[in-house]
Design a protein around this ligand. Structure first.
Ligand SMILES: Cc1cc2nc3c(=O)[nH]c(=O)nc-3n(C[C@H](O)[C@H](O)[C@H](O)COP(=O)(O)OP(=O)(O)OC[C@H]3O[C@@H](n4cnc5c(N)ncnc54)[C@H](O)[C@@H]3O)c2cc1C
Length: 381
């Protein structure tokens, strides 16, 4: 990567979601001069829509070995990452370790969960099967119809919205800059330097890192061959208020819905998974189904006030793996395609990416997630 001293920044990071912010922080930790450019406000994209679950175990499927393995490594990376970040940003990011319960509110779902549990056992994951009675000992508001389920004490969660705020603070404290509300920004290479202009902001940098999430507008323009492998997967969600009627402390999931309690008394309920482009409207059908499924496992949710409904777009690649690393354009790198796991994946991925970009450290994951795989269809992964 280029690093001429004539430019004020080593890196201009386009996009202030979890991908861009974690990468900016990791690069700044290597002494790189970074600026994050966000078209709107930091963390407002998929990063704000997420449940914040760090759940590689309960989501494990043997058909997705890279996702499971990378997810486990990313989960192990989290406690130290959170401790360091909280110290840098001087704030708490709501990292919670109560664990996750995947429950079956009826016998059909119990059958499905038994299959999932068998698969998790084949993968030798540290999960256990509990009866309905045992589950209600842990979360008393679970429906009396819950017949059993899986407990994973190692699937944790974090407050994704606080995480974005803390990361932006950390970037600034490490000497970087974060600029919001710039509108859509298209970097261009002029005489060996990258330049980007929008809404009166003009940035010059030696290198660009595109972290635009599902939108990938600049990526589509600059590397259409790679960008065509990226698509938005729409997710509708709600936030409920359990400050007056406290229902749960664990992440509670079924095969149809998840409920994630946050320290501020909110419960995130999600999420649909729809291939509908960038349609950002909530629909009656999906919100109804989420609430029905939530009510089936915890009937008392019907008493909770609804604080928010929303939509986010997961950045999915055609092979469901991240896009991480250098591209064939000099000085241009990408951190995208985190799909359903961006909150879990991003801190560890950013750590590996920064080592690779700054110190040329080689790593199997950087090879596996390289954007170049879409230019080399027969490459060995
Ligand atoms: C409903 C839902 C639930 C989810 N739940 C979880 C979960 O529980 N756990 C988990 O690990 N993951 C979860 N995910 C996935 C996770 O949220 C995403 O993988 C992650 O947020 C992607 O981060 P990102 O930074 O790539 O994209 P985003 O968060 O979308 O950020 C991209 C940012 O770039 C900005 N931008 C785009 N183009 C430009 C441009 N040209 N110029 C300037 N700025 C630009 C956007 O405004 C945006 O702020 C969930 C996703 C959804 C939608």
């Amino acid at each position: 990567m280029l690093s001429p001293q004539s430019t004020p920044y080593d890196w201009c990071i386009v996009g202030g979601g979890i991908a861009g912010l974690t990468a900016a922080r990791a690069l700044a930790q290597h002494g790189q001069r970074v600026v994050v450019i966000e078209q709107s406000v930091i963390g407002h994209g998929a990063t704000a829509a997420a449940g914040g679950m760090l759940a590689p175990l309960v989501e494990a499927r043997s058909a997705e070995p890279h996702t499971v393995q990378f997810g486990m490594e990313a989960l192990r990376f989290y406690p130290e990452f959170v401790a360091q970040l909280q110290a840098e940003a001087e704030m708490n990011v709501g990292y919670r370790t109560e664990g996750t319960l995947v429950v079956a509110p009826d016998r059909d779902q119990a059958e499905q969960l038994r299959h999932l549990f068998a698969e998790q056992q084949r993968l030798q994951l540290p999960v256990e099967w509990l009866s309905g009675y045992e589950l209600r000992q842990i979360e008393p508001y679970l429906s009396p119809t819950v017949v059993g389920g899986i407990r994973s004490q190692q699937d944790h969660q974090v407050d994704n919205r606080l995480l974005a705020v803390a990361l932006a603070r950390a970037v600034v404290r490490l000497g970087g800059k974060v600029i919001e509300n710039v509108g859509e920004l298209y970097p261009e290479r002029v005489g060996g330097t990258w330049q980007a202009e929008a809404n009166g902001v003009s940035i010059k940098a030696a290198n660009i890192l595109l972290a635009e999430g599902a939108a990938a507008t600049a990526l589509r323009r600059m590397l259409p061959d790679i960008a065509k492998h990226l698509r938005p997967v729409k997710g509708q969600f709600l936030r409920l208020d359990q400050r007056e009627l406290h229902l749960i402390d664990h992440v509670v999931r079924t095969t149809e819905v998840y409920l994630v309690p946050k320290n501020n008394g909110q419960i995130v309920v999600g999420a649909s998974a729809e291939d509908r482009g960038f349609d950002n409207r909530n629909t009656v059908g999906e919100i109804f189904e989420l609430l029905r499924a939530a009510w089936e496992c915890i009937p008392a949710v019907r008493e909770l006030p609804i604080l928010e409904t929303g939509v986010g777009f997961r950045p999915a690649t055609s092979d469901h793996l991240p896009l991480l690393g250098r591209t064939q354009i000099e000085g241009l790198a990408v951190a995208a395609g985190y799909y359903r796991h961006g909150i879990l994946f991003a801190p560890y991925a950013a750590h590996l990416l920064a080592d690779h970009l700054v110190q040329q450290a080689s790593n199997q994951w950087i090879h596996t997630f390289s954007p170049e795989r879409f230019h080399e269809p027969n490459r060995q992964r």
